[in-house]
Design a protein around this ligand. Structure first.
Ligand code: AN0
Ligand code: CP
Length: 318
């Protein structure tokens, strides 16, 4: 059975972009593919884009779609095995997962890093339990370490807007008041490492990402230097990964906010962010509202990335 948890599973990028282009141009061409198939979307965390775009993708493919917000109306779930369940949790994930599997043909799961254990997060314990116990093909709607549907949408957006074959893409850390997962930047780095673009990651000291995601990217702690000549600026906050600082907010330095002055260092770059974004922390009003801002096209391409992946999962598994 095939699952989708990482952009590396897209296979050949040229083929993946061509498949996405076809889906974008012919959104209803595969309506018969999903007929009488049920898509279940399970959310352990909040969502606007993923919730709506993935439902839309399923509907475009003719599927029936069920959305479950685990924390609103379902039983409170225990996730640790061996626990004596005499507290406030009424059901164990080990029963809940196969039960959910009984009611659908395909499962999307959103389960963010919990920052309780770096090891559990980076081993993707929750997502892997869905893969192991649901009996159904599973895809990630942002798990602990990756957000592949976002990355695929971002890569489609870059492909649509790039003016040279090998653009310079800079992913920069930017300040945020709360601890956010590394899933989006990890995944974006994983995707960009599949391309032959110039790829630079800029972040303050203490915020280096896990080496397996950084790959061959150039890493710098000097944002201004990184931005020089950039064609795309991809902003994102993430909490620390390194050592015992895992999951911590080490600084909220607003010198890293993407401003008009920062964008002036670039090659008239496009601005990108996965959203939701905190204005005037991550990016100024001016930059996000400029014609060079791609945040809405990125969000629109979330339907395309989800539909392309769900279509492939249906074709490969049924
Ligand atoms: C999440 C994150 O940074 O992973 C989801 C982004 C798509 N963002 C927040 O929780 C604000
Ligand atoms: N970009 C993204 O995944 O947004 P949501 O968290 O709103 O789904």
């Amino acid at each position: 059975m095939k699952h989708f948890t990482s952009v590396t599973q897209l296979g050949d990028l040229k083929d993946a972009f061509a498949a996405a282009k076809y889906v974008k141009e012919h959104p209803f061409a595969d309506k018969a593919l999903g007929e009488n198939k049920t898509l279940l979307l399970v959310f352990f965390n909040n969502s606007l884009r993923t919730r709506l775009s993935t439902q839309k993708a399923g509907l475009n493919l003719g599927m029936n779609v069920i959305v479950l917000d685990v924390n609103q109306g379902a039983w409170k779930l225990e996730t640790e095995r061996g626990v004596i369940m005499d507290g406030d949790k009424s059901e164990h994930l080990l029963e809940a997962i196969p039960v959910m599997g009984c009611y659908c043909d395909l499962i999307g799961v959103r389960s963010f890093a919990r920052f309780e254990s770096k090891k559990d997060d980076y081993e993707e314990v929750i997502l892997n339990q869905f893969i192991q116990y649901s009996g159904k093909p599973v895809f990630s709607m942002e798990a602990a370490t990756r957000h592949p549907l976002q990355t695929f949408a971002d890569m489609i957006t870059i492909e649509e807007h790039k003016k040279t074959a090998k653009p310079k893409v800079v992913m920069t850390w930017a300040p945020h008041p709360k601890a956010l997962p590394q899933a989006v930047p990890n995944s974006f780095a994983e995707g960009l490492n599949m391309t032959d673009y110039e790829f630079v990651i800029a972040n303050p000291e203490g915020y280096d990402l896990a080496p397996e995601f950084v790959g061959k990217a150039k890493v710098t702690h000097n944002q201004d230097e990184a931005l020089e000549g950039a064609d795309f600026v991809y902003a994102k906050n993430w909490s620390a990964y390194e050592g015992d600082n895992y999951g911590k907010v080490l600084n909220q330095d607003r010198n890293w906010t993407v401003s008009k002055e920062k964008m002036a260092l670039t090659n008239n770059a496009y601005f990108m962010h996965c959203l939701p974004v905190r204005r005037n922390m991550i990016v100024t009003d001016e930059v996000i509202e400029a014609p060079t801002s791609l945040v809405i096209p990125e969000a629109a391409n979330r339907v395309v990335s989800a539909q392309t992946v769900i279509k492939k999962l249906l074709q490969d598994n049924y």
